[in-house]
Ligand binder design. Structure first.
Ligand SMILES: [Zn+2]
Length: 202
């Protein structure tokens, strides 16, 4: 009887271990696997979209499987209410900051607050998931490094972060996006998934 019970117990442990391994592999693939993105790269050197002297981790990089499939966008981990700064100057093209809804499912996709800045070369800088009433500049020109709003967790999100991308067209086509390099305390570089970057003094 005892022997049968322990056999059953071992079976459960084996099943559980298998499940755990499968979950860990899925999580690893979700966090680290990268799909192909555009080859187009911007020659402009962008400022990190947060305060000088502060550092944030890229929690999803270009082509991330979670929600950046074939798109060259970056997610910076960021507590709600963190000041967001213009990565490049331009004029305010559009914004939204009346939403206070965010969540995991697709039904939240159109609930994000955002700012879109039109750069002087015609490309667009996109800042997504801002907090309610989190837009500081609603029209006119903004300078590179100017404070433009506050981060949040509106729209389709797992946790608070700032989603940033540069596009030549406002669509989700692979080639609407351009890769961008940033000035960081580690030098001028294309940002990598899971790495943290500090914005140096200008
Ligand atoms: Zn994103």
């Amino acid at each position: 009887m005892q022997y049968r019970q322990s056999k059953k117990f071992i079976k459960i442990i084996k099943w559980f271990t298998g499940l755990l391994v499968l979950l860990l592999i899925s999580l690893f693939v979700l966090l680290y696997y990268e799909t192909a993105v555009t080859d187009k790269a911007d020659s402009y050197v962008y400022a990190l979209p947060y305060a000088t002297g502060t550092s944030h981790q890229v929690v999803q990089g270009y082509g991330g499987l979670f929600s950046h499939r074939h798109i060259a966008a970056l997610d910076f981990e960021m507590p709600e209410g963190t000041p967001v700064y213009a990565a490049r100057g331009g004029t305010i093209y559009s914004y939204r900051d009346n939403s206070d809804e965010g969540g995991l499912t697709g039904s939240y996709k159109n609930k994000a607050n955002y700012i879109i800045i039109r750069h002087d070369d015609g490309s667009f800088g996109c800042y997504w998931h801002l907090q309610k009433n989190g837009v500081l500049v609603r029209k006119g020109r903004v300078d590179k490094g100017q404070r433009i709003g506050f981060s949040g967790a509106t729209g389709q999100v797992v946790r608070p972060h700032l989603h940033f991308s540069v596009k030549t067209k406002l669509t989700y086509d692979k080639d609407s996006f351009v890769q961008t390099k940033f000035n960081t305390t580690k030098g001028i570089c294309i940002l990598k998934n899971r790495s943290s970057y500090e914005r140096p003094a200008d």
